[in-house]
Design a protein around this ligand. Sequence first.
Ligand SMILES: [Zn+2]
Length: 250
Amino acid sequence: MKIALTFDIERDIPHFSDTYFGLKFGLLKILDLLDDFNIKATFFCTGNVVEHHPEYIRLIKSKKHEISCHGLNHERLNHLDFKKCQDLIYRNKKLIEKSCGLPEIIGFRAPYLKPPKFLFKILDNLGFKYDSSIVSPKKLKYYKHNKVQIQEFHPLNSNFFFRFPLSYPIFRKWISKKDLVILYFHPWEAINMKKVLLNQKGALNIFKNFIFRPDRWLNTGNKFIRRFNNFLRDAVLKKIDFVTLNQLIL
Ligand SMILES: [Zn+2]
């Protein structure tokens, strides 16, 4: 069995917040844990993080993790036309490659896991080799085009199931039956998001994030770090292979 750990490197809650507490305080905890277990992971980065905090992307790169693209400013790409969408992904790719001195980024994940139907054509045009945006394998047929060779790595939208107490045993049992699992997390899960969300401006924001989206705060912070640590320790003991997505392509 293989596990690919993937992280979306973006603002704390794109669309609602402009803060980077997850990057400032959560990312280091995650990178330390990965170092402790000698695991390499894949980090999908937005262009605006590179513009505002290139030091974090360079830190990820210095630890030999894989860097991939996650949109210029976390736009909802399925609402855009082909030209606009291609332009944003092109700028995202070039910005990260240039500022981090990377030869060529080959992986992409659509923000909100909402890819447009023509995504694979754009990725092929821009030299990408794989995508990791389509959760359901059944939906892959809507994105495939003739002569376009883009490998799909279906992400398991696991952040909530990983943290929700009643789901965690089911989550572990379910993934143990798979040959390859792509897990998907964010740096903000490693900080106490309850505090961040309650400090937001606007009662409506707080209401939306808090009441309707427990996935945005439940068991974040130290509880997440403890569970993540235990999960990695058990997996390493079971000799599960951790891979980056570009290793699966190469
Ligand atoms: Zn994202």
